[in-house]
Design a protein around this ligand. Structure first.
Ligand code: URA
Length: 269
């Protein structure tokens, strides 16, 4: 983890522990120096013993060797596929249990060539599973209104997909192993589509894309992250806002922030 990614609390803890170690070193260093300076005040000073004490030469220098790699995971083939090949691979995918209950594989829709925003949702619901397209149900229609409010649309400048491409039964959250089996699709989609920005909707997408599995939506929303150098904003899922209208205001704040960053025109909410 880089220092930029550490929280203030983690940085304070690291600094406090480094200062503690420095303090101990300074103490022993001062003890040795004090003895030398008082004993040899009027003599020509010879610090060779002190130097030898502080830097003993009996520790052989350890050669840094690479840890032995016993088993290297082969790189996933999907990470080298064209968009068309990736789609075809997904259409017959059996990498997790969701393939046994799905009606369709819901791969993605919209502008595939450098869209202004790539939206990443959780996973297909019932309507999406039937139609084979993401965000076509109630939540999807609401999402279209959010996008329109900041001059975006799936017909022109937005690409929409999900963390998993098959519907989890009863719309439950996708399991970690399902997200991880599907992750190479999402990774390669991002590389190929090359969006100007990413918008994650809801906790499964936000925690996956930020690499913070235990974070809450409250902690992740409204901030810019960078995914492979692409600016990324997280906000609540439209289905969650339809259930709790108090979330409407924070979503609008997040969308405005994203729109301002991208230089988009804002209408109303
Ligand atoms: N909710 C999602 O997260 N994705 C969809 O495609 C539809 C509903």
């Amino acid at each position: 983890m880089s220092t930029e990614e550490m929280s203030a609390k983690d940085r304070r803890n690291a600094l406090s522990s480094a200062l503690g170690r420095t303090d101990e070193l300074m103490d022993s260093f001062m003890d040795v120096l004090k003895q030398d300076f008082s004993a040899k005040q009027h003599e020509k000073r010879d610090f060779s013993d002190t130097a030898a004490m502080l830097i003993p030469d009996d520790e052989p220098v350890q050669e840094q060797t690479e840890p032995e790699v016993l088993f290297k995971e082969p790189e996933d083939d999907r990470l080298h596929m064209s968009y068309k090949a990736l789609c075809a691979d997904a259409s017959t995918c059996k990498r997790c249990g969701l393939c046994t209950t799905r009606k369709s594989v819901v791969f993605g829709t919209g502008c595939q060539d450098r869209p202004v925003v790539m939206v990443i949702g959780e996973g297909p619901g019932e309507n999406e599973d039937i139609q084979g397209l993401p965000f076509v149900g109630k939540a999807g229609q609401y999402l279209d209104r959010w996008l329109a409010a900041i001059s975006l649309s799936r017909e022109t400048n937005v690409y929409i997909t999900n963390t998993v491409k098959c519907r989890p039964p009863q719309n439950r959250d996708p399991y970690p192993e399902e997200k991880s089996a599907c992750n190479a699709f999402l990774k390669r989609q991002i590389q190929l589509v090359n969006p100007q920005a990413i918008l994650c909707l809801g906790k499964p997408a936000s925690t996956l894309m930020t690499g913070q599995p235990d974070a809450t939506m409250g902690a992740l929303r409204g901030r810019f992250f960078f995914y492979d150098g692409i600016p990324m904003m997280c906000t609540y899922h439209p289905a969650a806002v339809l259930r709790d209208l108090n979330l409407k205001r924070p979503v609008w704040e997040d969308l405005k922030k994203l729109a301002r960053y991208l230089g988009l025109q804002m209408g109303g909410s």
